[in-house]
Design a protein around this ligand. Structure first.
Ligand code: KG4
Ligand code: ZN
Length: 353
């Protein structure tokens, strides 16, 4: 079964063709990130307009890379939430229109859940991808770490899951982005912090870990504030000093030490909780998903500290992509999930798992 997966929830217009939920025939990602960089974050109106320009060429490229025409496609799946309203609308309206005119069944998928399904893609002829060798097994513990979400989820089977914990304030990716802003690094902050951290001492500053009532919950806003206070202290100022002027007064080594110390604690926090959940629930597999799952410090700490083998997928399948949407669409189709009605499917910007 071949599924065309369409993803447009944030600033990536992404389309892929996935065969039987595991074989990636194509994976096209057009990003409007460079248009947002100068604002330090995604501007929803710019993202939505970019999706309109990019979506038809992305679909054509995904079909062509997969050497498919419409008669080879069995179904369409599309992200209908969570995400930016205008961005989601472009993907959903396009998918609904194509489902009607091409007479294809339509599956509506949850973006956050789809991130987990990037780990079910184990085969491709596309150049340069390093994928997992085997599909994960159930029960499956998923650590979902993105710009909008941070949660630990235990999957008993496809579609049958329990949320063990989630963030009570900022997502971990958001914390990376905010700390990057304090250090004067560009958007998106995650990769820039990770790069700068390589030059710093990760024990230079001891930032705090939040204590939560539910031991699987997360909180990152206190860590972000602790970073700002330390940066202000380093330049001899107090908490009244504007955060936007801190970066220009910090030296290169100070910035690198802050980046490394922040990254170590942020990553240690999610790894600590993953290990607690692993010990309590004894899953057969662990997967990491979402943009922050491409972070090498996260992979290193998990591999070092977990008592089971863990395998990771290509970083390009951790950030937003259509392949994960095509993969989840397949498992929903085979689980006989209700087909979406293309005449009435609505976006759900606040959809949660
Ligand atoms: O999953 P994603 O592409 O979009 C959302 O659904 O949010 O995640 C984007 C987030 C951003 O906050 C970005 O800074 C972060 O993932 N990110 C990283 C890395 N690459 C992307 N964070 C830490 N280290 C990275 N290497
Ligand atoms: Zn995402």
């Amino acid at each position: 079964m071949r599924i065309l997966g369409i993803e447009s929830s944030c600033d990536e217009t992404a389309v892929a063709v996935i065969e039987d939920g595991t074989n990636m025939l194509s994976n096209v990602v057009a990003s409007s990130m460079n248009l947002h960089a100068k604002y330090g974050g995604v501007i929803p109106e710019i993202a939505a307009r970019s999706h309109i320009e990019a979506i038809i060429p992305a679909i054509e490229a995904a079909l062509s890379d997969a050497e498919c025409n419409w008669s080879d496609i069995d179904a369409i799946s599309v992200t209908y939430g969570a995400g930016l309203s205008g961005s989601l609308l472009v993907g959903v309206m396009t998918a609904c229109t194509l489902a009607i005119i091409k007479k294809k069944p339509l599956y509506s998928v949850n973006h956050v859940e789809a991130h987990v399904y990037a780990n079910f893609i184990t085969k491709t002829n596309l150049d340069g991808y390093v994928l997992r060798e085997r599909r994960p097994l159930f029960p499956l513990l998923a650590l979902i770490v993105s710009g909008g979400h941070t949660q630990l989820v235990l999957f008993k089977d496809h579609g049958d899951y329990q949320i063990l914990g989630r963030t009570r304030d900022d997502a971990i990716g958001e914390a990376f982005d905010k700390v990057a802003k304090i250090l004067g690094l560009g958007y998106p902050g995650g990769p820039n912090i990770a790069k700068l951290a390589q030059e710093g001492d990760s024990k230079a500053y001891l930032f705090p870990k939040a204590k939560m009532t539910n031991k699987y919950d997360f909180s990152f806003s206190g860590l972000k504030t602790a970073v700002l206070r330390e940066a202000q202290k380093q330049i001899g100022q107090d908490f009244n000093f504007p955060s936007k002027n801190v970066a220009e007064r910090l030296s290169g080594p100070q910035k690198a030490n802050i980046a490394a110390s922040f990254q170590r604690i942020a990553i240690e926090t999610v790894v600590d909780k993953t290990i607690l959940a692993f010990e309590a629930f004894s899953p057969k597999s662990i997967v990491i998903a979402g943009g922050v799952a491409s972070n090498l410090e996260l992979r290193r700490q998990l591999t070092d500290r977990l008592a089971i083998d863990i395998s990771y997928t290509d970083p390009r399948l951790c950030t937003d992509n259509g392949a994960m949407v095509g993969a989840l669409g397949y498992f929903e189709a085979t689980a006989k999930k209700e087909i979406a009605d293309p005449y009435s499917l609505h976006t759900q910007p606040n959809l949660s798992m």
